[in-house]
Design a protein around this ligand. Structure first.
Ligand code: KG4
Ligand code: ZN
Length: 343
């Protein structure tokens, strides 16, 4: 794909300033500046802090990505940017930067959907996506099941969380257990020394026939369970609670994902988003996909969490599909619907 256009991808929907460089489905650079350390003491991402950090990180991160790829800014053939959904102020910084680069370089601009980009990124690791596939996207900001006939054109929402996102539940339960923020990786680690069947935590909406999720009841159940033990002077075994909570989340996620595959007669499942880094989710998803004859694709953790390569990957698909570029006055849309793959 040496002749494919060089696409610069810019991602600023949350706390990561992600810059990616992609040619076709070849990843050339994926550079990230995170403001997570500035948010950790608040126990969650502070939008104003994130926006300011994006502004400061933007040009140095673009320069670092260009250096990593061994290309010049003037080599860039198209600019893609997350237009939404995400934090409004944070998105605005990325969109303004993308417009400036596109205008300055005289190259087309593509405003893309963050969720569709989470799906498109897998092609950088595993090649073209089967059409259609089912995608389970699980992160701190979203938990969605999607039917993806064609990631550059058509993405259909099958279900989503009715309350907390899966990663949000990990982060909140970690707090209850005295683990640092963001809690997902710490719960994952603690759970390796515990038993997933130690405590029977509830599985929200498990048999309700929908493809929606609910994690807020589970989060509350863990908090009540811990409070009750601590009030009685008991010491809780953190690894058992972590493993049992994690099992409840991944049991529901994988069951609903495979239910979607069955319902739509689709044999390829993709899992993306920060929670896709979870070791138990990966293992149980593989086990259940094998049993159901479904092929599983999960990008490596660095491509699962928010990054610029995913935006460049989707931009590259749009260029290849001959999609018309975005206007230079596109807005940042914090609640961009998943059905809008590009703006
Ligand atoms: O995709 P991401 O980087 O950002 C967005 O939220 O969009 O996802 C971050 C989320 C956090 O909630 C974090 O706790 C969770 O992904 N996470 C994990 C793991 N690694 C990250 N959750 C469970 N297990 C993990 N290993
Ligand atoms: Zn994300």
């Amino acid at each position: 794909m040496a002749d494919a256009p060089l696409v610069l991808g810019i991602e600023t929907s949350c706390d990561e300033t992600g810059i990616g460089l992609v040619r076709g489905h070849t990843l050339l650079a994926n550079t990230i500046a995170s403001s997570m350390d500035e948010h950790a003491r608040f126990g969650g991402v502070v939008p104003e802090v994130a926006s300011r950090a994006h502004l400061e990180a933007m040009t140095p991160t673009v320069d670092a990505a260009l250096a990593a790829a061994g290309v010049k800014l003037s080599d860039v053939d198209a600019v893609a940017v997350t237009a939404g959904p995400g934090l409004a102020g944070a998105l605005l910084v990325g969109v303004a930067a993308a417009k400036s680069y596109a205008l300055g370089l005289g190259v087309p601009l593509y405003g893309v959907n963050h969720l569709a980009a989470h799906v498109a990124v897998d092609q950088l690791e595993h090649g073209p996506l089967p059409k259609p596939c089912i995608a389970l996207l699980v992160s701190g900001g979203h938990s969605s099941l999607l039917l993806v006939p064609d990631v550059a054109e058509d993405v259909i929402s099958l279900g989503s969380t009715v309350d907390d996102a899966a990663g949000e539940a990990f982060d909140k339960v970690a707090r209850v257990l005295g683990l640092p923020f963001p809690g997902g990786p710490y719960i994952d680690k603690a759970a390796r020394d515990g038993s997933g069947t130690a405590v029977a935590f509830p599985r929200g909406k498990i048999d309700d026939g929908t493809l929606d999720f609910s994690f807020s009841g589970l989060k509350t159940a863990v908090a009540r369970w811990v409070e009750a033990r601590e009030a009685g002077g008991e010491r809780i075994h953190v690894p058992d609670v972590a493993a049992s909570f994690q099992e409840a989340v991944v049991d529901v996620l994988t069951r609903k994902a495979l239910q979607a595959c069955r319902q739509y007669d689709v044999h390829d499942l993709l899992i993306g988003g920060g929670v896709a880094a979870n070791s138990r989710l990966r293992a149980l998803a593989q086990e259940r996909c094998d049993a159901a004859g479904v092929r599983l694709r999960v990008p490596r953790p660095g491509l699962c969490t928010d990054n610029g390569a995913m935006v460049a990957a989707l931009g590259s698909d749009l260029v290849a599909a001959g999609v018309a570029p975005s206007a230079l006055d596109i807005p940042a849309d914090s609640s961009l619907p998943i059905t809008t793959v590009h703006v």
